[in-house]
Design a protein around this ligand. Sequence first.
Ligand code: GLY
Length: 373
Amino acid sequence: MTTHSELLSRCQAALDFAAQQVRRLVETNPDFFPMYTQGGRWKHGGEAWTNWCEGFLGGQLWLLHRHTGDAWFQTQAEHYCHLVEERKTDRAVHDLGFTLWPTWKRWYDLTGEPAKNAVVIQAGQTMGLRFKEKGRYLRSFVADDSLFIDIMMNVGIIFYAAQQTGDATLLRIATEHCLTSRRFLVRGDGSTSHEGLFNTETGEFIRQSTHQGWRDDSSWARGQTWALYGFGTAYRYTGDVRFLNTAEACADFYIERTPPHGVPPNDWDEPNPTLPYESSAAAIAASGLLNLARLTGDAARARLYGDYALRILDTLTTPEFLAVDTPGWEGILKHGSYHERKGLGVDESVMWGEYFFVEALSKVLGYVEQGMG
Ligand code: GLY
């Protein structure tokens, strides 16, 4: 049984290791935006599927600057912010929260400069353009008829833009997207579907579907964590208790279905999964549960979520997951998976796993309170 002070030391050591790995990545491959490793190495010619990971490196640099106090991390974080600035008008993907929040919002928080805030606001406004009035959702990068649970992690930047500008239309869009996701992607037992498909002519919901899970009616673990984190963010902006209840239902499902070490497989419903772990889902869950522990008004739940987040980090800071004893491994966290069906980044380090692991560790050590959104 790890004591709290031992766990804090392990979190410190894990961030020291993260700083070393990220510094090596940036110095070895300047201006390169990795997505997943192959055999533990970041640079390879593997397919991306979509471009959604470019904010996670700059975001880690900001958090590691906070941890190390080393000016090198700030200089690099600013540089990597500039490299992604043009994405504030990108209409091709639904991931502008992932791209602009860890980078420009963290920079704005540090400086308070309105020009930096304007980048974040513009990204939120661009995200709002994805809204389909028929169906009332923000469309995924795949097609007009497609709603992804992942978008719950990117709707926060629209709430933020609405709050900063007083734009009631943006607030309505973000709220309606969350209500639609809650109605059609979150099931009665608190599990989630990856995708919902709609009739674009009428807005009628047709069916649930998946890209990265086992089956259309199954429970893809990372989607579950996008939901538990994202509905918590929606509650923080709106105070609408329906979103808090949904976040809690998603969190409870995660806790019920995951082994005691806190790391789920890629999909809970897949019989005899080939791999036991999807560590990036665990890292996102840890960070989202730390948010929920603050957001919930229920003391027992706050304790459950906070303790469970620490349990996940206890597991992820062991050498089975932390690559500290794996010579030549360039990532921080092993046993993540991107897209098992396509065979992309399976049992590897993945960039969002690295980011949310560093974010969760930074919260435990008191460097930051909130994360995305
Ligand atoms: N498409 C985002 C994810 O892999 O979670």
